[in-house]
Design a protein around this ligand. Structure first.
Ligand code: HEM
Length: 508
C-alpha cells in the first residue's frame, strides 16, 4: 500500500470535515443570527444532533413527536432541521399575532427544488410569493372562483355527487363486506373540483382513468413532503440526490406524467359548452400561459382532494366509535326531512346545529394535516418577546393546537362544545381570533381559499350518508382512532374497512 496516498486521503477527509463543519456553522450563523435581543428564548427540544439537528428525531409521525415536545416545552418550540430553523406554534393566539397581525412579513412560502418543479417556478397560488404581482392577481382569481356565490351555482351537482358516493359505499359494502372509504372520498372530492374546474367527472371509483389520476395526486403529495428535499436541509448531501436520481425522477414525473394529463383536461375545459373555472378565467381576459393554468389547477386539485378525503375518513371512523352521537346526528337529519320533505341545502345548515358541531369536533379531534403549510419570514420580527429570525420557517402544529390546553378537555370527543356557534368555518377563518373555534384552514393572507367549498362538500356528504345508512365497524372490530399514518401532507387512520349498511327506516 502506498503510505503517502493513504496520508493524503486522511488529510482530505479531515479537511473536508473541517470545511463541512465551518460552512455549517457559517450558514447557521448567517441564517439565524437575530438582529435584536429577544426577551424570551424559544425552547429547543433536547434531541438535536450535530449538522442534522432534529431531522432524525422527528420519527415516523412528526406531528405526534412535535405534539409531545409542545407538551414538555410549551406552545412554541424551535427545531433545527439541518441548516434550516423551523418554529412550531401550538397556541392559536400567538399564531394569529404571527401570521395575521404580521402577515406582511410572514406570508412567504419556503421554496425547494420540488415546489419549484411542482409550481413551474412559483406559478399558481400555493407556492407563489406575495411579493410577485402575478401572485396577487392569481390568488384573487382563486378566491373569486370559490366565494359562496360561485359555489351556490354548483350545489345541485355537488349534492348529486354525494348521492352517487353513498350509492357506491352501500353497494360495495354488500359486495365486499365493507370498504376502505378513503378512495371513495377522494373520488367524491376530485369529482367536485373537476366539475367546477374542468366541467368533467369520473363515472365511478373503480374507473381506470380515475385510478390513474388519483395516483398523480398521491405522487404529487409525496414529492412535496418536506423530507424529500434533503439538500435543502443538508446542502452537503446534494450528491446523494444526484446519485439516487430523486431530482430527475421528480422532474420526469411533473413534465412527462402530470403536465400532459392536466394539459388535456385544460383543453377539454376550454372547448366545453358547460361553465367551468378555466373557461371563465380565459373569458375574463386573463392572458395566462399554459404553465400558469397547469399550476393553478394543480393547486386546486392537490389541495382539495386528500384534505377532504382525510377529514371525512376521520369523521366516519369517529361516528363508528361514537354510535350515540351518530344516532343523534341521523335523527336531526330525519327531523329536517320530515318537516321539509327533502334533505337540507347548505344554506339551511343552521337548522342542523348538532351536525355542524359534530363536523367541527371531528376536525378538532383529528386534524387531517399535521402542520399547516409552512410560512417563512421575509425579515426578522418580534412577537410577544420571541424573535423570529429572517428566513426561518413557521408552521402551526395542528395536533398541538387542537389537542393542547387551548380547548377544555381537549382529549374528550364532545361535539356539544360547539353548540351555539353555527357560523361557517369560512366566515370564522376571516374573522376575529376570539371567535375562531378551530384552525384547520390556516392563517391570514395564505389561509385556505377552498374553505367554503370544503365545508359544503363535507356537509352534503355527511348528511347524505346519515340519511341513507348506518356506519358500522367491520366484523373484525372497531377501527383504530388512536393510530395514525402518514399520507403525504396529511395523516389518515390505519387501514380498516367500514360498513355502510342501508337503513331500513331511511326516509330518502
Ligand atoms: C378539509 C379540507 C381542507 C383543509 C383542512 C385545508 C387546509 C389548508 C391549509 C392549512 C392551508 C395552508 C394555510 C396557510 O398557509 O396558513 C391551505 C391552503 C390552500 N388550500 Fe386548503 N384545505 C382544504 C380544502 C381545500 C379545497 C377544497 C381547496 C380547493 C379550492 C383548497 C385550496 C387551497 C389552496 C389553493 C391553498 C394555498 C393558499 C395559498 O398558499 O395562498 N383547500 N389549505
Amino acid at each position: 500500500m502506498n503510505l503517502s496516498i493513504e496520508k493524503d486521503k486522511k488529510t482530505a477527509i479531515v479537511l473536508s470535515t473541517v470545511l463541512l463543519f465551518t460552512s455549517y456553522k457559517l450558514i447557521r450563523a448567517l441564517t439565524n443570527k437575530p438582529k435584536s435581543q429577544s426577551t424570551k428564548e424559544i425552547p429547543v427540544p433536547g434531541s438535536s444532533y450535530w449538522y442534522v439537528g432534529h431531522m432524525f428525531s422527528l420519527g415516523e409521525l412528526p406531528g405526534k413527536t412535535v405534539e409531545e415536545w409542545h407538551r414538555q416545552l410549551g406552545p412554541i418550540i424551535k427545531l433545527y432541521l439541518g441548516v434550516q430553523t423551523w418554529i412550531m406554534i401550538a397556541d392559536p393566539i400567538l399564531a394569529h399575532k404571527v401570521f395575521v397581525t404580521n402577515s406582511a412579513k410572514t406570508s412567504l412560502r419556503p421554496k425547494s427544488h420540488f415546489t419549484d418543479l411542482y409550481s413551474k417556478g412559483g406559478k399558481g397560488v400555493a407556492f407563489g410569493q406575495p411579493s410577485d404581482v402575478n401572485w396577487k392577481s392569481t390568488r384573487a382569481k382563486m378566491q373569486d372562483a370559490f366565494v359562496p356565490k360561485q359555489i351556490e351555482k354548483y350545489l345541485d351537482s355537488i349534492q348529486w355527487e354525494a348521492q352517487e358516493l353513498v350509492h357506491q359505499l352501500v353497494e360495495d359494502t354488500v359486495k365486499e363486506e365493507g370498504v376502505i372509504p378513503f378512495d371513495y372520498f377522494k373520488w367524491y372530492a376530485i369529482n367536485t373540483v373537476f366539475v367546477l374546474s374542468f366541467a368533467k367527472r369520473f363515472e365511478r371509483v373503480h374507473d381506470p382513468e380515475f385510478k390513474t389520476f388519483s395516483y398523480i395526486i398521491e405522487r404529487t403529495s409525496k414529492i412535496l413532503e418536506a423530507v424529500e428535499d434533503l439538500p435543502g436541509f443538508l446542502p452537503s448531501a446534494s450528491f446523494l440526490d444526484y446519485f439516487s436520481g430523486r431530482k430527475s425522477r421528480g422532474k420526469h414525473f411533473f413534465d412527462d406524467v402530470r403536465d400532459p394529463t392536466f394539459r388535456r383536461y385544460i383543453a377539454e375545459a376550454l372547448s366545453s359548452d358547460k361553465p367551468n373555472i378555466i373557461k371563465s378565467i380565459k373569458e375574463e381576459g386573463a392572458n395566462w400561459s399554459e404553465e400558469e393554468y397547469i399550476a393553478f389547477t394543480a393547486d386546486i386539485i392537490s389541495a382539495g382532494t386528500d384534505t377532504i378525503g382525510g377529514s371525512l375518513w376521520w369523521n366516519l371512523y369517529l361516528m363508528c366509535h361514537y354510535p350515540a352521537c351518530q344516532k343523534t346526528a341521523a335523527n336531526e337529519v330525519d327531523e329536517f326531512f320530515r318537516l321539509n320533505g327533502r334533505l337540507p341545502h347548505f344554506s339551511e345548515r343552521t337548522q342542523l346545529p348538532y351536525i355542524i358541531s359534530v363536523m367541527k369536533e371531528c376536525m378538532r379531534f383529528r386534524p387531517t394535516m399535521q402542520f399547516g403549510l409552512p410560512h417563512s419570514t421575509q425579515e426578522e420580527i418580534e412577537v410577544d418577546g420571541y424573535i423570529f429570525p429572517k428566513g426561518c420557517n413557521i408552521v402551526s402544529s395542528m395536533h398541538g393546537m387542537h389537542l393542547g390546553s387551548y380547548f377544555e378537555n381537549a382529549n374528550t370527543f364532545f361535539p356539544e362544545r360547539y353548540m351555539g356557534n353555527s357560523k361557517t368555518m369560512d366566515a370564522l377563518r376571516k374573522g376575529k381570533i376570539e371567535e375562531r373555534d378551530q384552525f384547520n384552514f390556516g392563517w391570514g393572507r395564505r389561509s385556505c381559499p377552498g374553505t367554503y367549498l370544503a365545508e359544503v362538500e363535507m356537509f352534503l356528504a355527511f348528511v347524505q350518508i346519515l340519511a341513507t345508512c348506518t356506519i358500522e365497524p367491520p366484523k373484525e372490530g372497531m377501527p383504530d382512532i388512536n393510530g395514525i399514518r402518514n399520507a403525504g401532507l396529511n395523516v389518515v387512520p390505519p387501514h380498516c374497512k367500514l360498513r355502510f349498511v342501508k337503513r331500513h327506516d331511511s326516509l330518502v
